[in-house]
Structure formats: C-alpha cells, structure tokens
Design a protein around this ligand. Sequence first.
Ligand code: EPU
Length: 453
Amino acid sequence: MLEKFFVHGGTPLVGTVRVNGSKNAALPILYSVLLTRGTTVLHNIPPLCDVTSTLELLADLGVKSGRRPDGALELEVVKEDGFEAPYELVRKMRASIYALGPLLAKRGRARVSRPGGCNIGVRPIDLHLKGMLALGARIANEQGYVVAEAPYLTGRRIYLGGASGSTVSGTANVIMAAALARGTTVIDHAACEPEIVDLANYLNACGAGIAGAGTPVVTIEGVRELHGSEYRVMSDRIEAGTFMIGAALTAGDVRVEGARFEHLAALIDALEAAGVSLQVEDDAVHVTSDGDFRPVDVTALPYPGFPTDLQSQITVLLSLAGGISVVTEKIYPDRFIHVAELNRLGANIRKEGNLAIIHGVERLSGAPVMASDLRASACLVLAGLVADGVTEINRIYHIDRGYHRIEESLKELGAVIDRVPADADSALLSLSPAASPALREKLVEYLRSATSF
Ligand code: EPU
C-alpha cells in the first residue's frame, strides 16, 4: 500500500532516541552467512524492507532464518545448490550484488543480475568484477546477468581504487570472496568505512583471517572453512546522524544513543562549525541548539570524510544558516534530486555540477513534496519538522528501506508526523487520534482539492 507522511513543523525535538542496527553493515554480514557452516546468531539486525528482501534471496539460496524471541536473527545454510540472484530481487535492492563474492567462493559459481543505476547515480560494478577476476574467476555478461565461475579462488594483491575513490560494496565483496580463497589476498585502496570493519569482525568471529580492515590496506589469509558465530551488528551511523541533524535543526535537545564519535567525527565537526552544541559520551551524542546556524562548507567524501548518506540532511540545516554554504558531492555527483524539493519549501539552493550553493533563508514553508531516494526522503522529513505549516511527503516507501518507522522515533521526541495511506478515503480514517486539529484540518483541505492523491 502506498503511504505518505504529513509533517506539522515547528516543534523542537526533545528527549532520548536509540538508533537501530546499521542497514549497510547488516546487509553484507547477512550475505556472508553463505560462506559459513553451522548456526549464526545476529543481534541488532534492523527490521527493514532491505533485510526482508535479503532474507528472501538467502532463503532461495538455501539459508534458513528466523527471529528468536529476543529479536536476534538465527541463520543456517541448509542447502548449497543455488547460485542465482534473480533480476526481480536485484531490481528492488542493489545490495544483492553482495551475493557474488560468497557464492563464487563457496559454491564455485554465481549468476547475479547486474544492478542498474538508481536515482543517486550510475553505480557501476566494474571494481567488484575486477576483484573477482583477480582472484581467478571467469566472468561473462549474459542477458543482464554477471555469470562468474571458478573451481577455487586464489589470493592476490588487488588495487581497488576507482575514479571516485574506494568502493564500500566492492571492498566487502572481495573480502567475502577472499575469505575462502587459497593463499593471501591484499586489497590496496580498500574502503575504510566502519561497515567494512564490522564485516571483517564478523567474519573473523567465524574463523576468517582478516587484518587491516578500517585502513586502506586489508590483508585476508584465506581459510578452508568458516563456522557459525554470534555477533552484534554496529549501530546505524546514518540514522544517528539524521537524528542529530533533526535535533539541531529544530532547536531541540536530544541524546542520540548508539551515536559514536569515531563514526560521526565529520558530521560533529560540521555541526560544531555551524554553532550546534554537542556532548560526546561513550555510546551517545547529546545535541542542543538554539536554531541559529552559521554557514559551513561541507564535502561528501569516503570515510572518514563527511558521509554522502548525510549530505541531503545537512543541506536542510545549511539552507537555514545565516549566509552562503557550499556542499560538494565527491561520491555521487548527481545526488541532488532533493534540491528541487527543498526549493519548493522555500530554500534557496543552486546546483552547479557536483556543488550545491546554498543561500540561507529565514524560514521554510510546508508544501507537498516527492521523495526520490532513501536519504533524500529523510532530508524532506527533517525539512518538514522545521517548515511552517504542513509538509506532505509522497512515496515514503523510499525511507522505509533504511529507517525503521522513523515517524515513531520522531513522535517520541515530540514531532507531529502522521503516516497515512496515499489514497483519500483510507487516509482520513487512519489518522491517529493524537493527530493535531490543525493537521486534521489541513488533511481535509488536501483531500478536498484531491489533486495530489
Ligand atoms: N564505484 C565504481 N565502481 C564500482 C563500485 C563503485 O566506480 O565497481 C563508484 C561509485 O559509482 C561511487 C563510488 O565508487 O562513485 C562509491 O561507491 P560505493 O561502491 O562505495 O557505494 P556502494 O557500496 O554501492 C554503499 C552504501 C551507500 C553509500 C555508499 C557510499 C550499501 C548497501 N550502500 O554503496 O548507501 O552511499 O556506500 O558510502 O552499503 C544508502 O544507504 O542510502 C546508500 C546509498
């Protein structure tokens, strides 16, 4: 069922929020279960659509899985004959490319639908293929599928840098494949993202020999077999960052539990430069703000640079700063679809190549807007929280891919936000009894004009 958000702006976020497990750490870890024998127990796997799609694909590939009463996910490979990630699933979720390395390493063969581009860019997989070729695979491109084969893989030294720097999923794919290769693999120009460290920690807990994860040189001593293990996936640093920006933006006071300084140093630096107060604790960051922001220049870069996945969210805050800020995107030069939507809300942002030039404005004003991808949807929710009046956000299935019921967490912090079905009749019926009279009235107004439904 299609749904939308109505966000009533103007309420500061106040309180404590705990972030979920990391989507982008959970996905490669789930795929790497294909490499193991025995039972794996994973804690902190977020209940997201992308996780459900991954478990469906893994089930097709012979992995039995189920949630335990304590919420942990238990998985075990019970059949080893499948080797395909079909288009129907890859089309929904690009991360299915993670099937390539494990299937090739463990089953000697993988047939994985080539992911296409998406709203944030072209998203090539040449570096994944370069890695698999270097490990000794034969690769063919057949009817939209990558078909890779190798009776066994052999460790090699592999340079994995591309035109845009390192690749997170490419590094993860090569690490997973090399974990069972014969001999030693060294990846030069590896991605240093915390999610890569989490994957390596998980695989090492299963008996792998991976060293250097989190640095640009990762060494993998191949082993014959990986066993099951029990592991807790890291917290989602992008969800944490989204709440931190939301707290700052709304002149709020929020303790974000699960936010870690070492994962978020670039964001913390940018927020401090903008005039936001932050107190860093062991496993939390406390954000307070008076809602007055200085302009800041931000460049999205591979870790430990400013994360591209928080680029659209920080843009909202800078659009309310007292001066001109420049946001540069060095990972996905076209990741700016949110700019036109923010301008609909009254922001003054000009896109020039891979730059957004932001002239700070006094206020944003609620309007209907269209979510275009996961992080751009989060940015529109943040904009709605601070805009005057009501912001109607359509196509929120994008946000559900990466945030587990974000509106529930925001409501706990005092936000006025409602998820409603995107068709007129059920929308009114589903409005929560707690919805403010202003929101109810606004919704009725929209329903009468009906054009956006
Ligand atoms: N690239 C290549 N060749 C490749 C692979 C990547 O040129 O073979 C380029 C890309 O076009 C891009 C850059 O390298 O310019 C970095 O891409 P990367 O491979 O690191 O991205 P990814 O692994 O496909 C992950 C996250 C993204 C996040 C990026 C960058 C997952 C499932 N996805 O994508 O997350 O933006 O790293 O940090 O982990 C999101 O969560 O919203 C999201 C898009």
